[in-house]
Design a protein around this ligand. Sequence first.
Ligand SMILES: [Zn+2]
Length: 288
Amino acid sequence: MRYINIENIELPKDWEERARKICFFDDFDTLSQEERKERIKTIKGLIEKNSNLWSELKPILAKLSYQKCWYCEMTNLGSNNDVDHFRPKKRIIELKEGHDGYWWLAFEWRNYRFSCEHCNRRRNVETEDGSISSGGKWDNFPILDEDNRAFLPSDSLEKEHPLLLDPINPLDVELLWFDDEGKAVPRISVPDQSSIEYRRACVSIELYHLNHPLRIPERKKIYNRIKRLVLRGNRHYKNLVLNWANSDAQENLKDTVIDLKDLIADDAELSATAKAYIFGFRGKDSVD
Ligand SMILES: [Zn+2]
């Protein structure tokens, strides 16, 4: 997961105006309980009929991440990508009853995250050893303290502390790390339930299905590639230390550094994973 700066987005000119017309709730606080129920029902019907509005933004959102899913950082060629509503629009799985979902954010573009179907849609996948790996965010939206859950447009979202890591939050993306076998793990390696950061990383790894059986080997490939490059780079560096005028060694070292930089470039798949692996090799004398 990498930080996505959504402030750079370029929306179609009249998009927000069209969205506001469909999902009107400025007078919601003045409505009676019955009227509120009716309004929510109407808006939910409009949500069903107007999904084209957020689909229209899909290429614009994808452009912000060079077509990579904002959660897993893979392009997942051949699979469908979604515009995920970070706060689910129609229901909350954690609260089977009593919550209508964040319907008032259905047409709020800041609630959209570009996501692959592996991260967004719930599914069970059989692994090589025959066990079942489950994941997919779906309509899950766990928060730290249910007492602070927003139910209405007038409720504060600031008070909610989502457990899911959010790619548009630069602090959140730092909470994920990757082990040498290609698995996503919490960056804070303390299995302490009282650590919120640890818990948030665990919840996100599970719900975004970051350890989907297809992903682990891809990360492992990157690990192996970086290990080879670091070994090669160390060799060239040692040759340079012996003779700083050795132009072959200079060129070779430069090429190796360029190869490493390519792996952490903005448009590289799994660049955050590559960054973590390179970080792990820093200062090590050997890479056995
Ligand atoms: Zn994904």
